[in-house]
Design a protein around this ligand. Structure first.
Ligand SMILES: C[S@@+](CC[C@H](N)C(=O)[O-])C[C@H]1O[C@@H](n2cnc3c(N)ncnc32)[C@H](O)[C@@H]1O
Length: 334
């Protein structure tokens, strides 16, 4: 029912893993921050579960505008901020009891052709969540072939990255690439026709370009550390990821910040790390159950990880230690 409602536009975005998230962060009390407000499903869930106040942050101004007709019902318990969760400690309304991040794009962004995220609907090649800065068309029409190949490979795990980068450069020499379907067509021509049940051949390339346009991994690395600074001792951090690359960054962050790395030698006796800045609440990543998958197939690859902040002071982790690919999509190699 929910999936059908969403298809016909009655529900803008079905929250993913909300039940397991609320169970893992219980009891929900005090001051929370939702760094990926979207359609507000998590923020509303937190308010209904007992949060005294929630700051909802989103870099997409349209997401916040869409909440205008219901947000007022929560009065000053819900405060909306247009911004990047990379600076969530600056957006927070005092020390936090909890932070939630539900990464990636919303169905509202994906389903609106004019936002340019979809390889299934024709629209301008845009993909900017914040609606400002360099668009996907700017990137695709100006980046050097080597940089395009790096982006496709490192942000999309696309094995045909070199071939696709070459095809993009050849196509744009004839005519600028300005629409989503044109890019999807160029990518599809470089790859074998998908077998039934396989994803669209442009899936990985679109993911990669979207990550580059929105500098998503840099924001994630910064956002996790901003959450560490903003949380009170005992405060909880819950993160939902949608693909293996971002999940790897979150997993690595929690491994380092919880001191699990120090216990990585399986032959040595495990020991509690007195310098741990987080303690894991979920031992393994939590995925959707069969009922959620049936109601919302987009939940398929979602993974939830939750940890509790300790009283140990926050410390800086270099992005490279989190496994961020070491190349600069916006600088140098143009
Ligand atoms: C998957 S949706 C969140 C859906 C939300 N949990 C709900 O239940 O409606 C992700 C949202 O996060 C926003 N977003 C992604 N990266 C962001 C960032 N670095 N800072 C702020 N918002 C971001 C996107 O614009 C999008 O609206």
């Amino acid at each position: 029912m929910a999936a059908r409602d969403q298809e016909i536009g009655r529900i803008p975005h079905i929250p993913v893993l909300l039940g397991p998230l609320l169970a893992a962060v219980a009891p929900v009390e005090g001051n929370w921050l939702d760094g990926t407000f979207g359609a507000g499903g998590y923020a509303r869930g937190l308010l209904e579960a007992g949060a005294a106040r929630v700051t909802g942050v989103d870099r997409d101004p349209l997401a916040l505008q869409m909440a205008a007709d219901w947000a007022g019902a929560y009065g000053d318990r819900l405060r909306l901020v247009a911004g990047n969760f990379a600076e969530l400690d600056a957006h927070a309304d005092g020390p936090l009891d909890g932070v939630v991040l539900d990464l990636g794009v919303s169905s509202m962004q994906l389903d609106r052709a004019e936002r340019g995220f979809s390889f299934q609907k024709d629209g301008p090649l845009d993909m900017r969540m914040s609606q400002e800065g360099e668009s996907a068309a700017d990137l695709v029409n100006s980046a050097g072939e080597g940089l395009l190949a790096d982006i496709l490979y490192h942000y999309g795990e696309e094995r045909a990255s070199g071939r696709i980068a070459r095809a993009i450069v050849e196509a744009r020499a004839v005519e600028q690439i300005t629409t989503t379907l044109r890019l999807a067509e160029i990518v599809a021509k470089c790859l074998p026709r998908p077998k039934p049940g396989q994803s669209h051949p442009a899936t990985r390339s679109f993911q990669a370009i979207r990550i580059a346009v929105n500098t998503e991994f840099d924001s994630l690395a910064e956002g996790l550390q901003a959450a560490e600074r903003a949380l009170k001792p005992g405060g909880r951090l819950a993160v939902v990821t949608f693909h293996s690359l971002e999940d790897r960054i979150v997993k690595r962050f929690f491994q380092i910040a919880s001191g699990a790395e120090a216990n990585a030698n399986r032959y040595a006796p495990a020991r509690a790390d007195s310098a741990a800045r987080f303690e894991m609440i979920t031992r393994k990543a939590v995925g959707p159950d069969a009922a959620e998958l049936a109601a919302n197939p987009r939940a398929r690859s979602a993974k939830l990880r939750v940890a509790r902040r300790t009283a140990v002071p926050a410390a800086r982790i270099a992005p490279a230690a989190l496994g961020l690919p070491e190349f600069q999509p916006k600088k140098g190699r143009r």
